[in-house]
Design a protein around this ligand. Structure first.
Ligand code: TZP
Ligand code: MG
Length: 223
């Protein structure tokens, strides 16, 4: 079954974003609101905590029949039987991850240029995370904010491919329709949007996800 990338939640465990709430409860709420895929992203916890948290998250995502991907860490994905991984340009190479993971595992790759996108497609990636779309406080050490122009350049260059595509970076309720539907992405559109703070840091993560799900399904007036 093809993966539904339309409302892709990326987690963040930093206290400022979680505001004292439990990550698993926040993710559960977001899933109730309609998130279609979850990536567990945690750059600071040690391996024991990563595995324990990923296990809990997996129990939750399984309740909703939604895939769980692990950011950076193929070993953690294997340890908990997650559905796949998301790898950046500096993480384990695609070929190595492919060898280690089950045959049907989902592998997504972060890309910020046409060259990186083309390479990921040639390798056999299931989807591309394209960004950083808009500058965001959630990831300040990003090497590249590519904007709508950079995203458009990638989508145009790969329009013959059936690879999945999600944009990431600074996506919120106000810009999500523009991001998904704007005429700048004429040939190959995005399959979804990847969101951190607009859901995880939201006062009501379920309501936020519901609002995104509704906006995603609705072509905007200006389209
Ligand atoms: N990669 C590029 S931008 C980003 C990541 C992980 C963070 C996006 O966070 P937000 O809060 O949705 O802008
Ligand atoms: Mg990474």
């Amino acid at each position: 079954m093809p993966v539904d990338l339309s409302l892709y939640l990326v987690t963040d465990s930093t206290p400022a974003i979680l505001k004292g709430r439990d990550l698993c409860s926040v993710v559960d709420e977001a899933l109730k609101g309609g998130v279609t895929i979850v990536q567990y992203r945690d750059k600071t916890s040690d391996t024991g905590v990563l595995i324990a948290t990923a296990k809990k998250l997996h129990q939750i995502t399984q309740k909703y029949g939604v895939p769980l991907l692990i950011n950076d860490r193929v070993d953690v994905a294997l340890a908990v039987g997650a559905e796949g991984v998301h790898l950046g340009q500096d993480d384990m190479r695609f070929e190595a991850a492919k060898k280690l993971l089950p045959k049907d595992a989902i592998i997504g790759i972060s890309t910020s240029s046409v060259e990186e996108a083309q390479k990921a497609i040639d390798d056999g990636a299931d989807y591309l995370g394209i960004g950083t779309l808009f500058a965001t406080p959630t990831k300040t050490n990003t090497k590249s904010v590519i904007g709508t122009a950079g995203t458009q350049a990638i989508l145009s260059a790969i329009s013959d491919s059936s690879v999945g595509t999600v944009a990431i970076g600074g996506i919120n309720h106000s810009n999500v329709q523009r991001v998904l539907y704007q005429s700048k992405f004429p040939k190959k559109g995005l399959d979804g949007v990847a969101i951190v703070s607009a859901i995880i840091a939201a006062e009501d993560p379920k309501a936020s996800a519901e609002k995104f799900a509704k906006l995603i399904k609705t072509p905007p007036q200006f389209a």
